[in-house]
Design a protein around this ligand. Structure first.
Ligand SMILES: [Zn+2]
Ligand SMILES: [Zn+2]
Length: 244
């Protein structure tokens, strides 16, 4: 810790003690979890499906894809998530979404950033929300995470690269097929960005990846508009069968 941060820290701490993003208890350092929440989080990484990051029990080597991706390839090229969707990761996502705690986006971005590869320049873009949801809540939680990631990684960011052209009901409670049907044709690339998108790599940022219907619909729209690669980076990914 440098001299300046030593001088500044006590004052900041006095102003706003850092809290665990999971349970809210006061902790020593900002953007960290308390020990209990930390041990309850299931961090995702290798070995996993090269495409959708589904955890594998055994390491079968690089570029191996899971059965779902082989049978029905997603529209995106590579998905990565910081953690599996579970009790704590859900609480963190909900705090960002409804708790008026935009600082949590910075915490999420720190854990997500290690999944950014260094394959050259990319443009970050959030999965768009309904306009009325933004209006009601004041912000798009994925846009806050994307902005925090852009600050860390030095990639460009376009908050309105993708737009919704059709409003869709909440997908909660629907099966995968129904979700896919509902979001079909719901997104498009904002026309003024089309010329600049040709041959570029896009990293779509989302908070929670559930069935992939929304992310896939966005990835399809980006590919159709000329993006060369579409990666998805999210905070939490639902991993079926994991009960953490
Ligand atoms: Zn905690
Ligand atoms: Zn897969």
């Amino acid at each position: 810790m440098g001299a300046i941060s030593l001088l500044v820290r006590p004052f900041l701490d006095f102003a706003l003690p850092p809290r665990c993003p999971g349970c809210g208890i006061i902790i020593d350092e900002p953007h960290r979890f308390c020990l209990d929440c930390w041990s309850a989080l299931h961090f995702l990484g290798e070995p996993c499906c090269a495409r959708c990051a589904l955890p594998f029990d055994y390491d079968s080597g690089p570029d191996v894809e899971c059965g779902h991706c082989l049978a029905d390839p997603p529209a995106y090229d590579r998905l990565r998530a910081a953690v599996a969707y579970g009790e704590i990761s859900r609480k963190v996502a909900l705090k960002l979404k409804y708790g008026g705690r935009p600082g949590i986006a910075e915490t999420m971005a720190r854990f997500m950033a290690r999944h950014l590869d260094s394959k050259g320049e990319a443009v970050l873009s959030p999965v768009p929300l309904h306009r009325w949801r933004i209006w009601r809540r004041g912000y798009n939680q994925s846009a806050l995470i994307a902005a925090a990631l852009a600050r860390r990684a030095g990639h460009g960011i376009l908050l309105d690269l993708i737009e919704r052209v059709k409003s869709t009901p909440p997908l909660r409670g629907m099966g995968p097929g129904e979700r896919r049907e509902v979001v079909r044709g719901a997104f498009r690339v904002t026309p003024r960005y089309k010329p600049a998108l040709k041959g570029r790599r896009v990293i779509l940022v989302d908070d929670v990846y559930t069935s992939g219907a929304t992310a896939n619909a966005c990835a399809k729209a980006l590919k159709r508009a000329g993006a060369s690669h579409v990666d998805i980076l999210c905070w939490a990914r639902v991993v079926r069968g994991s009960n953490d």
